[in-house]
Design a protein around this ligand. Structure first.
Ligand code: COA
Length: 141
């Protein structure tokens, strides 16, 4: 299985919003308007919007904020995959971390996860998110 990241385009909007609004995802992630997604797709305000591809097919998405101007590396705002527990989310996040930490001025990638999101917490811990020097995972109640 090959998991890669590519920049989202406007043509991905329907895929992204349909996945985000799917009932089984509502407990784990916030909901954005089309406008918010398009703004991130266009790279406004330091946001980046990525399509996760698995074997060349869309498999999810990831949104990140560039916080380097505040010396806070990158914030992973959202990660979501269509089929859970197949290794896609871990692989996508690993790819994002490698890409982020390959930049000389990045010493921190962080995110927030709801306390009840046991699967999410598991993959972040598995990727040793707290073992990098200043990488943090914050728990939300
Ligand atoms: C969180 C998410 C991105 C992870 O991606 P994924 O492809 O499902 O994850 P993976 O298959 O790579 O890994 C899942 C791991 O969680 C484990 N897991 C599954 N359910 C679990 C649970 N209830 N408690 C603890 N671990 C669990 C799996 O066993 C697997 O661990 P392993 O690889 O050590 O066996 C994905 O499940 C998702 O989109 N969830 C809904 C949205 C969400 O929660 N986003 C993150 C918000 S912070």
């Amino acid at each position: 299985m090959a998991v890669t990241l590519r920049h989202s385009t406007r043509a991905d909007l329907d895929y992204v919003t349909a996945l985000e609004r799917r009932a089984d995802n509502l407990d784990y992630i916030g909901q954005w308007s089309d406008w918010e997604h398009l703004s991130a797709i266009e790279g406004r305000n330091g946001r980046s919007h990525w399509i996760i591809e698995r074997d060349g097919e869309r498999a999810g998405y990831l949104i990140a904020y560039d916080c380097r101007a505040h010396d806070c590396g990158f914030y992973v705002k959202r990660i979501l995959v269509d089929r859970k527990d197949g290794g896609t989310g871990s692989a996508a996040l690993r790819t994002f971390l490698e890409r982020a930490f390959s930049q000389a001025d990045v010493s921190c990638v962080w995110l927030m996860v709801r306390e009840a999101n046991a699967r999410g917490r598991h993959i972040y811990e598995k990727l040793h998110m707290r073992s990098r020097t200043t990488t943090v995972m914050k728990y939300l109640q």
